[in-house]
Structure formats: C-alpha cells, structure tokens
Design a protein around this ligand. Structure first.
Ligand code: NAD
Length: 513
C-alpha cells in the first residue's frame, strides 16, 4: 500500500510550470501606489496581497513615540481585505507546498540576505515607528529577523521524519504543509516577532497572512518589497494592515485557515481562542509574562545587578522582562542600594541617540495604562522607591524607570503584567519561599536565577514553572530551543522542530508489504 500523498504531489509538473510562468511575469520591483517617507525611506501604507499593493478606503494614523509626530496614514483593513488575502494565500498554497524544502529554502535564504543588506534602513524605520533603541535594533533585532528565515529554511532541509518497525509494520512520520497560517504580532519588537512567525511558517510549506500591530505597521510593509525582490511567488506571504478588533478579528474568524500563530496579550488570546473554536483552527499562543528574577546570597552580585538593571530596556515593553525582583534577605540591603545606583546611570532619551539606554512608551493610550498601574499600586500601599512619573525633562511618552517595594504577593502590581518600566522588589528567607513567590502568579513565560550553587541551579530548573528558565544569564534564546509560556503565558511551543510540529500536519504512515 502506498503512503498517502497530498493531492498536489501528482500535479507537480503542472504546478511548477505555472509557478515558473508566474515568476517570469512577476515584476522585479513592487509597484507602490502611494508612499509615506519615514527616516528618508519610502514606505507603502497599503496592504500587500497576492504580490500587489492594495489600498483601503479607510486609514488610521501611525504616530512616532519619539515625539508623537505623524508618520503615515495606514490602510485600515477589514473583512474584505482579509478575504482577499486568505484567498491569495490559498491560491498560492499548492505550488508553494509542492516546491518542497529545497525549493522553498532558496527563496527564504534570499529574503534573509536582503534583510541583512537593509538592516540599517529597517532599524531606522522601526525606531521611528515603535521607539526601540536604534543600536539594539540594528545590531540585534534585524540580524535576528534575518536569522528567522535562514535558520528555519536550513532546519527544513535537515529535518528527518522518524521511521521504525513493530511487528512487521513500518511506521513513518511525515510533516506535510498544513495550509494557510494567520500570523499576528505585537508592536514591541515588530519585525523580529513577525519574521519569527513568517520564517518557520513558510519553511514548513504554509502560505501566510500576516497582521502587524496597528502601533507599528511600517517594517511589515517593507517586507512586501523584500519578498518581492527575493522572488517569493505572489500570495505566499500577504500583509494586511489594520486594527486588532477589525482586521485581526476578521482574520482569526476566517474558516480558510489551517493555523493561527499569535503573540500578544492574554486578553486578546481569549478572544482569538473563541473565534478559532468555530473552525477548530489550531492555535499557538505566546502571551504575556510577569517573570521572576531571583538573586540568591551566593550569586555573583556584579553580574546579577548588571542584568537586573537591564530589565528596564525597551521601557519595560518586553514580554520576557524579569519584572519581579526576588532577593535573598541576607543581601537585600546591598542589592537594593547598588540596584538604585545602577538604574540611576541608565539614560532615558531619544532612542536614536547612541547614549540612550531607555526610550519612550509606545503611545498615549499605553502610557495611561502604565500610569493606572502605578496609581493603583500606591493606593494598595506599595512603596514607590523611584520613578512613577513622566520624565520632567523629556515629557512626552518618556516614563521614568520605576520600582516598588513593600508589596504583597496578592497586589495587582505583583500579579499583573504592566508592560512598562515598572519593577517590584520582594525578599525571601530561603529557597522554598523564593519558589513559592516566583511561581505565585498566573503567568509562566520565563524565570531568571542568579546563584553559584550548582545543585540549587538544578533544583530550580525543575521547580520553577516557566517556558524558559535562565540561570546566571538572561535572554539567551537559540532559535533551536522550544519557546513559549507555561500557565496563562501561552499555548504550545515554537522554535526548532517544535515550529514545524505546529505549522505542519504531522502524519503517521503505517505500512506493510
Ligand atoms: P495585543 O494582544 O493587544 O495585540 C497583539 C496583536 O493582536 C496586534 O497585532 C493586535 O492588532 C492584534 N489583535 C488585537 N485584538 C485582536 C482580536 N480581537 N483578534 C485578532 N487580533 C487582535 O498585545 P500588544 O499590546 O500588541 O502586545 C503586548 C502583549 O504582547 C504583552 O502582553 C506582551 O507580554 C505580549 N508579548 C508576548 C511575547 C511572547 O513571545 N510571549 C512577545 C512580545 C509581546
């Protein structure tokens, strides 16, 4: 008996012929109807659907967090544009799936190269769009975005399906492309997170509709030009701009999807799960965190302190940030004193300035949310050690690094993700108490531990409930490692072969002669 083959495999010659024909007809450069000029770069405010720019009657303003200046009016997509994009992705799917890992990898490697070539330009546009540090974006995030295509394309070539035999039956595991993937990303590291989804989805043979966050739409738009120049067949990757409750909601409710990969907040995940339930579309959720940062008395305090002050980076708008400092009582005074001095050296300012360590919050709306948390923490009796206000010198969206002590575990400021530059500091007497405090929220995205005791490090690796636990380090994220959240911080894991398990249909073929 032959193993099941996907329906397009027998039509390979026709499919390939059609694909080559279309590629020949494809323009080398995407024609852009209207553009906004951001950081000296022409950026289309329109959607990218079926390899073409598509506009919408309605638009929404894109504002820079640096000075609240108006950058562009972006196409405001809805159900009609989503229908069009899903149809384009469905049309492109059979030929893309039939290309196989090698055929697909050529395109994905070309995209990775173009991102690297344009990393400076992409970083400049993204910094204006979302206020992240220009240097970090150029040196770290854009390189990572390129790696998101290269790594998963290479892994798709290296992956082997498992094979074994039991009682005369031969078993084989296949990972076949599943269809159209909806990819939804947040604004805090937009291009890095969008490509973290696009790379593996396309490498696995899915076609995709990407919905960028409305507060950071620009670099996703530039991806349209990049994939066109890389020769990606039209419709394989589509970008629909718009508001979450409009374009996002229409996308996740679409019955034509095979997968939904979402990174964002727990609240939005709940509404996506409800929408996905109608078609039973499989979801992968990477959600918020309130991650503990544990420092034991036996730790290398210099390293622990340096890493602790880093938790204010990106103005605290980092899902993985260790926002709950948990410090062993014996060193609490010394830690606190040195932490204050370390944070005082961190410079708040324009993210394009190389001397700046911490930039602005993303929008007025988000600023109001952060202020609400700080006000309620004070009303609950938490003690404000520093910060808690907009910088008097800078104004705008520049919020000072903030620390609360004398907090109780049940307080909102300990339990809920602020997603701003607000940390709490608690002390613990021993390891059991540290673990109880660390695990005592609904989140489980990450945990960081500083200790020199190997046996303790082993125990905590097991006892802390977190998708990722860092011991004596922070933010070490190899693309081959599984990534996701425990408890309310997510559903499923992506990264390495786990991404392929999600985006592909994993099949068992049991066969006898
Ligand atoms: P959000 O949930 O408000 O929005 C995320 C995305 O979902 C945006 O593109 C938005 O337009 C879209 N969206 C909003 N409502 C929708 C709906 N009803 N249907 C479909 N899509 C919808 O989150 P945010 O404010 O953009 O990002 C901050 C959150 O993301 C934080 O909780 C943060 O911890 C989390 N995050 C998690 C990770 C991770 O890897 N776990 C990484 C970055 C950010």
């Amino acid at each position: 008996m032959e193993p099941f083959s996907p329906p397009w495999v027998g039509q390979w010659d026709t499919v390939r012929h059609d694909m080559l024909g279309r590629a020949a007809r494809r323009r080398e450069r995407l024609e852009v109807s209207a553009t906004a000029v951001v950081a000296g770069v022409e950026v289309s405010p329109d959607h990218f659907i079926g390899g073409e720019r598509v506009s919408s009657a309605a638009t929404f303003p894109d504002i820079s967090p640096i000075d609240e200046s108006h950058l562009a009016d972006i196409a405001r997509g809805g159900a009609a544009e989503i229908d069009q994009a899903v149809a384009a992705a469905q049309d492109a799917f059979p030929a893309w799936a039939a290309l196989g890992p090698e055929g697909r990898a050529k395109h994905l490697f070309a995209i990775a190269d173009l991102i690297l070539e344009r990393q400076d330009m992409l970083a400049e546009v993204e910094t204006l769009d979302n206020g992240s540090l220009l240097e970090a974006s150029r040196l770290r995030l854009m390189k990572r975005a390129s790696a998101n295509f290269r790594f998963f394309a290479q892994l798709s070539l290296d992956l082997e399906g498992r094979r074994w035999e039991v009682d005369g039956t031969r078993y084989a595991v296949r990972r076949d492309p599943s269809g159209v993937a909806a990819l939804i990303a947040p604004w805090n590291a937009p291009f890095m997170l969008e490509t973290w989804k696009c790379g593996p989805a396309l490498a696995a043979g899915c076609t995709a509709v990407l919905k960028p966050a409305e507060w950071s739409p620009l670099t996703a738009s530039l991806l349209g030009e990049i994939v066109t120049e890389a020769g990606l067949p039209p419709g394989v990757l589509n970008v629909v701009q718009g508001i979450g409750e409009e374009a996002g909601a229409a996308l996740v409710a679409h019955p034509g999807l095979a997968r939904i990969s979402f990174t964002g907040s727990v609240e939005t995940a709940r509404s996506i799960a409800r929408a996905a339930a109608a078609s039973l579309t499989p979801v992968s959720f990477e959600l918020g965190g309130k991650s503990p940062f544990l420092v034991f008395a036996d730790a290398d305090l210099d390293r622990a302190l340096e890493t602790a002050t880093y938790q204010y980076d990106n103005a605290g708008q980092v899902c993985l940030a260790g926002t709950r400092l948990l410090v062993e009582q014996a060193i609490a005074d010394e830690f606190t004193e040195r932490f204050l001095a370390g944070v005082a050296e961190r410079r708040l300012g324009d993210p394009r300035d190389p001397d700046t360590d911490i930039g602005p919050l993303i929008t007025r709306e988000h600023l109001a949310r952060v202020e609400g948390f700080v006000e309620r923490a004070q009303a609950d009796g938490a003690e404000l050690v520093f910060g808690g206000r907009i910088s008097p010198e800078l104004g705008g969206l520049y919020y000072e690094p903030t620390l609360f002590t004398n907090v109780r575990q049940e307080m909102e400021i300990v339990q809920k993700e602020v997603f701003g530059p607000v940390l709490t500091l608690q002390t613990f007497a021993d390891e059991d108490e540290a673990v109880a405090l660390a695990n005592g929220t609904e989140y489980g995205l990450a945990a960081t531990v500083f200790t020199r005791d190997d046996a303790r490090a082993d125990r905590l690796g097991e006892r802390l409930v977190a998708g990722t636990t860092w011991i004596n380090c922070f933010y070490a994220r190899d693309l081959g490692a599984p990534f996701g959240g425990a408890k309310r911080s997510g559903i499923g894991r992506e990264g390495g072969e786990w991404s392929f398990d999600f985006y592909a249909d994993v099949k068992t073929v049991a066969r006898r002669d």
